[in-house]
Write a protein that binds this ligand. Structure first.
Ligand SMILES: C[S@@+](CC[C@H](N)C(=O)[O-])C[C@H]1O[C@@H](n2cnc3c(N)ncnc32)[C@H](O)[C@@H]1O
Length: 251
């Protein structure tokens, strides 16, 4: 697997994934929420969380088990992002979806729950250890029959797929330095109007700072420019968690 620093921004830590923060606390001393939505004032983030659907017992238990893994838990998407993935998936009703970067399965479960009858999700990851947690929760949630997990470097798994436009939804959340590679391998495999959703595109704000030379931040900065300039897609960047890009493949 890639290093967690490459797979996740370094400052997207605490609170425990899948839970709302304590709006009264400000451990970073800035008055701003110090988790993935660091650009929001803490009370505003708490308000946002109070006005969205909460995760159910399976997602909450998965988040708790992931949190117990320690600092790597910061790689998991937060609850509101999981809800967004389920909503987008249900609205798009893709017969085939793909995820690059599965970890303990929170985002995959969120996508799988939005799939229509007969819809399938292909998950790519390198970690047997982390995805074994995912498999247990997919089983418990009753969605394991609609998810296929392929272990190995995602670029290899993607390149091995037929170069046909079959996917209607893709979620990229693996090693950041490979984002441009994943995007280029995915785009020809997306159907017209298919959505490529990309996580951590703000890198906790480090994309703004030209002095930051950390490979993941540099790669994401380059990637963001590349997608914004790509005439093959319509793109919007959303301030959800650590930044979420949605690119629609133009017909
Ligand atoms: C940020 S985590 C994914 C979080 C997940 N989407 C969730 O909601 O919990 C990144 C994942 O990418 C995987 N990864 C890192 N490098 C990879 C590579 N080259 N190919 C495939 N997966 C990779 C890691 O094993 C890790 O599980």
């Amino acid at each position: 697997m890639s290093s967690s620093s490459d797979a996740a921004p370094s400052s997207d830590a605490a609170p425990a994934p899948g839970t709302a923060p304590d709006p009264g606390a400000s451990p970073n001393g800035t008055g701003r929420y110090d988790g993935k939505s660091g650009f929001l004032a803490r009370p505003l983030y708490a308000y946002l969380m109070e006005h969205g659907s909460p995760p159910d017992g399976v997602l909450s238990d998965l988040a708790a088990e992931t949190a117990a893994l320690g600092s790597v838990a910061r790689m998991q998407i937060p609850a509101e992002q999981g809800s967004l993935l389920t909503i987008l998936t249900a609205a798009l009703a893709p017969s085939r979806a793909i995820e690059i970067g599965t970890f303990t399965g929170y985002s995959a479960l969120s996508i799988a729950r939005g799939l229509p009858a007969g819809g399938r999700l292909l998950c790519l990851d390198v970690s047997e250890q982390w995805t074994s947690v995912a498999r247990r929760y997919w089983e418990r949630a009753g969605v394991s029959d609609r998810i296929e997990l392929r272990l190995g470097p995602a670029a290899d798994s993607l390149a091995a797929l037929p170069a046909e436009p079959v996917f209607e939804l893709a979620f990229i959340d693996a090693d950041k330095t490979s984002y441009p590679t994943y995007y280029e391998l995915l785009l020809p495999r997306m159907k017209p109007n298919g959505l490529i959703i990309v996580d951590n595109v703000l890198q906790s704000g480090r994309v703004l700072d030209a002095d930051v030379t950390e490979p993941s931040a540099v790669a994401v900065r380059t990637f963001n420019r590349m997608v914004a300039d790509d005439p093959r897609v319509q793109v919007v960047m959303l301030p959800v968690a650590d930044g979420l890009t949605i690119a629609r493949k133009l017909p």
